[in-house]
Design a binder for this molecule. Structure first.
Ligand code: FES
Ligand code: FES
Length: 161
């Protein structure tokens, strides 16, 4: 069988630059988890339906299981590991803790990054805005009310700062 050559890609992930040689068929999810060991990026369905693998690509949420790593070359990526500052949680992370929006936590990284993209463009979203934004992120544990409350409160605390 013919071997497909690897391609050299450059990614900026959570403020750090990486040059990686990757096979052209590898997903961003695989490269982030397996090559960069960013295990906060969660694998759920692996077919684009659950939102668990969501990361930010140039500030916009994308499903990393549907995105080829080679397509991300030259882009700026944010994973959940990029949000906290040292021991200090990002305000959205803190709001999820404060409002009981985490149970098993499996959906949480993708949910929080989706929320960040929303709050970056609209710090005072309505409940409806939030429900639409997170409609592709499935949570099997909490129901969604606490998640909606946490995102709303995170937006309000950002407006107050
Ligand atoms: S693992 Fe990517 S959408 Fe479910
Ligand atoms: S907290 Fe468990 S899936 Fe959402």
């Amino acid at each position: 069988m013919k071997k497909v050559p690897k391609q050299l890609i450059s990614l900026r992930v959570n403020g750090t630059d990486y040059e990686l040689a990757v096979s052209p068929n590898r997903t961003l999810l695989e490269v982030l988890r397996e090559d960069l060991m960013l295990k906060g990026v969660k694998e759920g369905c692996d077919d684009g339906s659950c939102g668990t693998c969501t990361i930010l690509l140039d500030g916009a949420p994308v499903r990393s299981c549907l995105y080829l790593a080679v397509e991300a070359t030259g882009k700026e990526l944010t994973t959940i590991e990029g949000l906290a500052e040292g021991d200090r949680l990002h305000p959205i992370q803190q709001a999820f803790v404060d409002h009981g929006a985490i149970q098993c936590g499996y959906c949480t990284p993708g949910m929080i990054l989706t929320a960040k993209a929303l709050l970056d463009r609209n710090p005072a979203p309505t409940d409806q805005d939030i429900k639409i934004a997170i409609s592709g992120n499935f949570c099997r544990c909490t129901g969604y009310n606490k998640i909606v409350t946490a995102i709303k409160m995170a937006g309000q605390s950002a407006v107050r700062r």
